[in-house]
Design a protein around this ligand. Structure first.
Ligand code: NAP
Length: 496
């Protein structure tokens, strides 16, 4: 009996390092690793030791005979990954973690942000160096996207926060919460008190559709909806009105699936999660019975990952259909097995009558080749007008519009910023000697939680190169002086 990896896989590859027979693939050294949404256990080589399950930070690895419900498909999904090409289970050359030579004095390093990119960075710094770390976040609670971005019905994914939280109590880590760089303190303040500063500030800006009516009440960003479902204080309990029958979610990425899944969630299952009372009560009272997921391109360009998509379509309390025409059906039928379109093959194709009210039973409609051109309504959105490849303009009646079209980084005063890509320009994580960047602020808003592990390793390696070469700052102020500065600045309000 082997183990299998299931839906909540975060791809941070902690299991790969733990496996004594190297039977988990793709490994970070293999070409498929960058594009995969999950790792797989080779059942023919697995020796059933369970080391991978112990190492997994999100409890995604389970013995095959314990797979049940929606997880049952993962025995076959793990097996099928190896069906065409038997894996090479031999070991690659070993790679040893970098460390600082004893001749380099322990640096003081500020890490700005407490999301997954910061979490992996702090872990790497604590493992490889004797650095003292100031961990800074503008929110009064740590966790970043794990706390406020991961959907509350994905508790296994949120569990990775536990491994990062262990570093908060480390004797060489000091947390400063409710402190915003560029408002409470400045980049210069950080450089004045640390040898190096690492920005792990993510991508907090929302992209805009740039269509008329986008700002009408009833039109919200998916990231705001998820933040509200996670109790972020800037989203008050009454911020979102769910008295709609049909919601349109624009975009086909994983965040769009999160929003659609939560809107159509089984309320009693949601009640078992840590969703805040106000969001649970609003979802319980919600009248939304239909969600339309809108892709501006065809199904081959859908942005969801297979495991997230299967998690939604396997639900038995929800009918998922394709609103399609012959062309979409053809695209799906002829799609390569690895294309996101291939996952749609089992779905019924239905011509949805948009003039009729949505059905009373929960339905998810996937509609492709439809670009939003206007949100219409008086006091609130009541229709989304789309430009449809087949029929020209078409009106989709909907009282809730959720824009899930990706995120982008925001500039930080005192740091360079590329307004086109929304990232902080860098080379292998170095913005300039002493200033570094990691995660979505470095790569743009792509990739799941685990992608930050390799990203953090690269940035920390660069920082260590600079430390060894003597290129880091020599701070004027001590750690104690920094704590005093932060306390004072927090009391005073804002600094530039
Ligand atoms: P995303 O994957 O980049 O998807 C953005 C979607 O918005 C795409 O379908 C895109 O279509 C569409 N879009 C962009 N501009 C548009 C416009 N003007 N009009 C209409 N549609 C537009 O972004 P995301 O969903 O925010 O996810 C960000 C990253 O986080 C992804 O890598 C995702 O996998 C990851 N994530 C992972 C998980 C998980 O693993 N469970 C959960 C959440 C997020 P085009 O392709 O045509 O541009």
């Amino acid at each position: 009996m082997a183990y299998a990896i299931t839906q909540s896989c975060c791809t941070d590859a902690a299991c790969v390092s733990a496996c004594p027979v190297n039977c988990i693939h793709p490994t970070p050294d293999e070409p498929d690793f960058a594009a995969t949404d999950m790792l797989h256990v080779d059942p023919a080589a697995c020796i059933d030791c369970g080391a991978c399950a112990d190492a997994c930070p999100v409890d995604a690895v389970l013995p095959v005979d314990q797979l049940s419900g929606p997880d049952a498909v993962y025995a076959e999904r793990n097996r099928r990954y190896f069906a065409d090409a038997p894996p090479d289970n031999s070991w690659a050359s070993p790679r040893f973690p970098r460390s600082l030579p004893a001749s380099v004095p322990a640096p003081r390093i500020a890490v700005v942000g407490t999301g997954p990119a910061a979490g992996y960075t702090v872990q790497a710094l604590l493992r490889c160096t004797d650095a003292e770390i100031s961990l800074i976040d503008r929110h009064p609670v740590p966790g970043g996207l794990i706390r406020f971005g991961v959907a509350p019905d994905h508790p296994a994914t949120k569990r990775i926060g536990d491994s990062f939280a262990m570093t908060y109590r480390h004797p060489r880590v000091r947390m400063h919460l409710g402190v915003e760089v560029g408002r409470t303190i400045s980049h210069a303040d950080l450089l004045g008190h640390h040898h190096a500063v690492v920005y792990a500030t993510g991508a907090d800006g929302t992209r805009t559709l740039d269509i008329p009516g986008e700002d009408l009440p009833g039109s919200i960003a998916a990231t705001d909806f998820l933040a509200w479902c996670n109790g972020l204080s800037r989203m008050p309990p009454n911020a979102i009105d769910l008295s709609a029958q049909r919601a349109v979610v624009v975009g086909t990425g994983n965040v769009a699936l999160d929003a659609a899944r939560l809107l159509l969630a089984d309320r009693e299952e949601l009640a078992t999660t840590d969703i805040p009372e106000h969001a649970l009560a609003a979802l319980r009272g919600s009248t939304v019975s239909e969600v339309v997921l809108l892709g501006r391109r065809g199904p081959a360009h859908a942005a969801y990952t297979p495991s997230e998509f299967l998690g939604l379509t396997q639900r038995t309390d929800l009918r998922t259909v394709l609103d399609g025409h012959a062309e979409v059906a053809d695209e799906i039928a002829t799609a390569d097995q690895r294309s996101p379109a291939a996952l749609l093959r089992e779905l019924p194709v239905e011509g949805v009558d948009w003039t009729a009210p949505p059905p009373a039973d929960k339905r998810l409609v996937l509609r492709f080749h439809s670009t939003p051109i206007a949100a219409c309504g008086g006091n609130r959105v009541h229709t989304l007008r789309v430009s449809d490849r087949d029929t020209g303009a078409r009106d989709i009646p909907a009282d809730l519009l959720i824009r899930s079209i990706g995120s982008r980084g925001l500039p930080i005063p005192g740091l360079p910023f590329d307004p086109h890509t929304g990232v902080i320009p860098h080379r292998a994580g170095r913005v300039s000697p002493g200033t570094y960047v990691v995660g979505w602020a470095k790569r743009g808003a792509t990739g799941g939680i685990g992608a930050n592990r390799a990203c953090a390793t690269e940035t920390v390696d660069t920082l260590l190169d600079d430390a060894v070469a003597g290129r880091l700052h020599t701070p004027d102020g001590s750690a104690r002086a920094f704590a005093r500065l932060v306390r004072h600045a927090s009391r005073q309000g804002h600094r530039g």
